[in-house]
Design a protein around this ligand. Structure first.
Ligand code: MGD
Ligand code: MGD
Ligand code: SF4
Ligand code: MO
Length: 913
């Protein structure tokens, strides 16, 4: 069926209308993306379709979901899933795959010792999976060669917490962000990375306008939209800023003398280490901030009792990451602002189960249940509980070192689970080569084709979100159930099951004989309370005897929950009593030292490369990349660069740019913006070889790590930036586009009913129609306009009377109304007769061009929002009333606010009232 072009765009409506057959099952589960850990209500309908909504009773989100959570149902597709075990690309039965893994791991251990094998796991597996992986390696294989992508994510916070508190404890609760009078966000783009937490904070600020928010980030991100003060510091200088603050607090009389005297140690040394920053001029010299801004921040912090300092990857992913954490914690210890309502340091965790992984000891230097590998009493406790033949005392390789050990052959058999190291580890091309050269590699994933899976000898299909069962722990230590509500695709199995089956084949069947996730959870809970005379923070032994039915119905709870202890009414916090888990029970100040990032800019590599996330994509896009709704917001890898830098290099907006260094280079779109600090550029982490020709940014990142935590410095590599000398630029939309696209530059993104592709080349092809045939396939008739001399070309490919592809080529970045064109493609089949209209590339005067997509839920574009502003909308709420934009998940509200500000209209608060 074909359809006529509408004269105007359809009325605003959510992109996906729920299909309305009868609900047959409602399942409460937890979102599989960020560490906010939102409760999700999944409704399965009679026709098999699933709709998701926020769980109104979940204490993390009270019914809200951000854009990624809202789009979860769209990612429940069999398309692209890994359906069966494979050996060397050959489909095999599970038995054969598991036998092979066990044989190869067993033989490697026998011949080369237990340290010749390794597991590399992830904060995206469930606590039960993680528990089994850790038990297998540390207790039975007898090696601590298990590390996790949390090393790239939370390791500096873990190390900082341990130095200060004696344990890896996040003391506070989400409510504290709402009841604080000052919230300081350090290296956290909360608006995009923890959107529901950000919405809770924004709503609290609307309710109590006297609340203050300060952001500390070299970039002015969407999060800065709610900030009263933004400190755009020089990358890597947070220690100087917070050391200066510590001295200021002391001099300003903000010390809680009783707390410091009775419950802490080490203040003198910390103050001494902070002494170089007594002079405000030294702080401003190092941080590049204005003196007045720093002074305002210091005064505000000193004068406000209820301060929460939130920190994330701008703090952790640094060669001074652990010192950054302690520099922040020091300020809270000095003022005694810890463990009480509305105040405290608050590390927000990235992955859905970053915290669960820490609880089971997933890092190479931890044991289990927050016990220490280095402590003989702890080792004896765990070994006794596991009744295991071995327990290792030597820490294993931390992630970056682990892949060095793979590269030089010390590790000969590697099992990678739920992470994509070929894309996410620093020096990623080297990591890729190391994995490719490793004699035996097992990859457990939910998707068939990832940059890492491509290198596996054995592929094991894992159950995905919606299929698997278990628990995750969010940033405020709240344990929630993930519950399956769908039949697993193909032969997908839980990750814990595959691990236990291999353990059984290695001869340890008895210790790995669980029949369900519930049974593993009980064992994990029992271990946490085993020998309670040995004090530790993590204890959930109240659940050691939980029945299967109890596990099914388990409500979200915050730990600790010691045996016999009832659920608390309100949020739980640590350290209000001044008791820490250090040997002397005192919280420790740490003498922190400012040091610049390891790589120093030079004449040849003059820029600092900052990396991070965008609003609608998750990491390597294996799941979010399949949802059209999530791919519309930002459809292409980009580099944020300051206007002066761009001008100097001859880089114009929307042209292509090469960012490179001795390790590798990427080609990305220029986003020229004054939100970026001069001298630094920012490239997102999400694009892989599946989605772009050359955008794996971690190939550029130096494998420098923090000396304490081993966490890589992912945000401060040095690079050169240059124009990509494109002879032509192209934009295409196709119903189907080949898996491998040829060309000097391409980037693809999903749209409903097809894909969009950005293209460019260094030399013009012999015939543009060849490009079209490559993209849209043979057997199409082509309608085209060409102006060869001007280098302009437009083509519509028609098959069976329908337009199946559109290609636009120009000597400069293609200017067509992309979202208008995509709107037509998404609306259904397009009659051949309409090709001419579409080849114009933009609507006639009577039709609106929506512009760049801002609201993913309603499909609202920037032009529509600008138009609403011109028509009198003065607030995010008014835009919402008029267009719907921002009223569903709310993730785009900071960007709507920014657009209104750009239009020089008064901006009202970002939060939904
Ligand atoms: N949409 C989306 N949300 C996510 C994820 C995702 O992939 N997509 N991933 C999740 C995961 S695993 C994680 S770990 C979190 C990460 O959440 P965030 O840490 O909030 O995200 P990032 O974008 O990595 O980095 C945050 C900010 O640190 C800043 N920064 C860089 N260098 C410095 C510095 O030296 N000092 C300071 N103060 N700031 C600096 C960057 O400019 C950036 O804006 O997000 C989680 N949520
Ligand atoms: N330069 C730079 N590098 C970074 C960062 C940065 O900010 N800058 N951030 C770092 C951080 S904080 C993180 S957390 C990492 C993230 O990096 P990765 O962990 O490598 O990224 P993901 O795409 O989340 O990979 C998860 C994989 O697990 C699969 N998967 C999903 N669910 C399951 C499951 O249930 N079982 C199994 N077996 N597989 C599953 C997915 O399909 C996907 O292939 O990247 C790190 N790398
Ligand atoms: S904030 Fe968004 S991505 Fe994070 S858990 Fe909640 S719904 Fe999921
Ligand atoms: Mo992360």
């Amino acid at each position: 069926m074909t359809r006529r072009l509408p004269a105007t765009l359809p009325e605003a409506q959510p992109a996906e209308e729920p299909r309305m057959s009868e609900i047959v099952r409602t399942t409460l589960t937890t979102c599989p993306y960020c560490g906010t850990g939102c409760g999700v209500k999944a409704e399965t309908r009679a026709d098999g379709s699933v709709t998701v909504a926020g769980d109104p009773d979940h204490p993390a989100n009270f019914g809200r979901l951000c854009v990624k959570g809202s789009a979860l149902a769209e990612t429940l597709v069999a398309d692209g899933r890994l359906l069966h075990p494979e050996i060397e690309g050959r489909r095999v039965a599970w038995d054969e795959a598991l036998d092979t893994v066990a044989e190869r791991f067993g033989a490697t251990i026998r011949e080369h010792g237990p340290d010749a094998v390794a597991l590399y796991v992830s904060g995206q597996i469930l606590t039960e999976d993680y528990y089994v992986a850790n038990k297998l390696m540390k207790g039975f294989v007898g090696s601590a060669n298990i590390d996790t992508n949390s090393r790239l994510c939370m390791a500096s916070s873990v190390a900082g917490h341990k130095r200060a508190f004696g344990t890896d404890t996040v003391p506070g609760a989400y409510e504290d962000l709402e009841t604080a009078d000052l919230v300081v966000l350090v290296g956290s783009n909360l608006a995009w990375c923890h959107p529901i937490l950000f919405q809770r904070l924004s709503a609290a600020k609307v309710a109590r306008p006297e609340m203050r928010v300060v952001t500390v980030d070299p970039r002015r991100t969407a999060t800065a939209e709610i900030a009263d003060l933004h400190l755009g510091l020089e990358p890597g200088t947070d220690v100087a800023l917070f050391a200066g603050l510590l001295g200021h607090l002391e001099r300003a009389g903000a010390r809680d003398t009783e707390f410091v005297a009775d419950h802490t140690s080490g203040l003198e040394a910390a103050l001494e280490a902070a002494a170089p920053f007594t002079d405000l001029a030294e702080v401003t010299r190092v941080t590049g901030l204005a003196g007045a801004d720093v002074a305002a921040f210091y005064d505000l912090f000193a004068a406000t009792e209820k301060v929460v300092t939130v920190y994330s990857q701008g703090v952790n992913q640094s060669s001074a990451g652990t010192d950054k954490v302690n520099a922040i914690v020091n300020c809270h210890l000095l003022t005694g602002r810890i463990g009480r309502e509305g105040l405290g340091p608050f590390s927000v965790t990235g992955q859905p189960n970053a915290m669960g992984g820490r609880e089971v000891g997933g890092l190479a230097n931890q044991l289990a249940a927050h016990l220490e590998l280095a402590d003989p009493v702890h080792r004896e406790l765990v070994q006794g509980f596991w009744n295991s033949p071995a327990i290792t005392a030597t820490p294993g390789h931390k992630a970056v070192d682990l892949f060095d050990a793979v590269a030089d052959g010390r590790v000969k058999a590697l099992w990678i689970m739920a992470t994509n190291p070929v894309d996410s580890l620093p020096d990623a091309d080297r990591v890729k080569a190391a994995i490719a050269a490793c004699p035996f590699v097992v990859v457990s994933d939910v998707m068939a084709s990832t940059d890492t899976a491509e290198l596996a000898h054995v592929l094991l299909p894992a159950q995905a979100w919606g299929e698997k069962d278990g628990t995750v722990t969010n940033s405020e230590r709240r344990v929630s159930r993930q519950r399956g509500f769908m039949t697993p695709v193909g032969e997908a199995k839980p990750d814990w099951w595959a691990l236990a089956e291999v353990a059984r084949r290695l001869g340890w069947g008895e210790a790995f004989a669980w029949e369900s996730a519930a049974a593993i959870f009980r064992e994990h809970a029992a271990l946490s309370g085993h020998r309670p005379e040995i004090a530790r923070d993590f204890d959930i032994s109240a659940f050691a005897d939980l029945s299967d039915a109890g596990f099914d119905g388990l409500s979200p709870f915050q730990w600790p929950r010691r045996r016999g202890e009832a659920a608390a009414n309100g949020p739980r916090r640590f350290f209000a009593d001044g008791r820490f888990f250090t040997a002397d029970g005192r919280g420790r100040f740490v003498a922190t030292v400012h040091r610049a990032p390891r790589s120093t800019p030079s004449a040849t590599l003059p820029f600092r490369l900052n990396t991070g996330r965008i609003r609608d994509q998750w990491h390597t896009m294996t799941r979010t990349g399949v949802a059209a709704r999530l791919s519309g917001h930002i459809a292409e890898p980009f580099v944020e660069i300051a206007p002066d830098d761009a001008e100097r290099l001859g880089i114009t907006p929307a042209s292509l740019v090469t960012v490179g260094n001795g390790r590798a280079s990427v080609v990305v779109r220029a986003l020229v913006t004054d939100r970026q600090r001069p001298g630094s550029v920012f490239v997102p982490i999400h694009w892989t070889d599946r989605f772009a020709s050359a955008a794996r940014v971690d190939a550029l990142v130096a494998p420098e790590t923090d000396p304490v935590s081993g966490q890589p410095e992912s945000k401060a590599t040095t690079v050169a930036v240059a124009r990509f000398a494109a002879a032509w630029y192209g934009f295409a939309i196709g119903r189907t586009v080949p898996e491998r696209i040829d060309g000097d530059y391409w980037a693809r993104a999903r749209i409903a009913g097809g894909e969009r592709v950005e293209l460019a080349g260094l030399v013009a092809p012999a015939a543009w129609s060849d490009v079209a045939v490559h993209l849209f396939g043979d057997g199409t008739s082509l309608t085209s306009f060409a102006d060869a001399r001007a280098g302009r070309f437009r083509l519509a490919a028609v098959r069976d009377g329908e337009v199946v592809g559109l290609l636009y080529v120009a000597p400069e970045p293609v200017e067509v109304a992309r979202d208008w064109l995509i709107g037509h493609f998404e609306a259904g089949p397009i009659a051949a007769a309409e090709a001419v209209t579409l080849l114009a590339g933009r609507p006639g005067a009577e039709v609106e061009d929506p512009g760049r997509k801002v609201c993913s839920c309603f499909g609202t574009g920037a032009n529509q929002i600008r138009k609403a502003a011109a028509a009198g909308c003065r607030s995010v709420a008014e835009v919402g009333e008029r267009l719907g934009a921002g009223t569903n998940c709310g993730s785009c509200r900071p960007e709507i606010a920014r657009l209104l500000a750009e239009e020089e209209h008064v901006v009202t608060p970002v939060a939904a009232e």
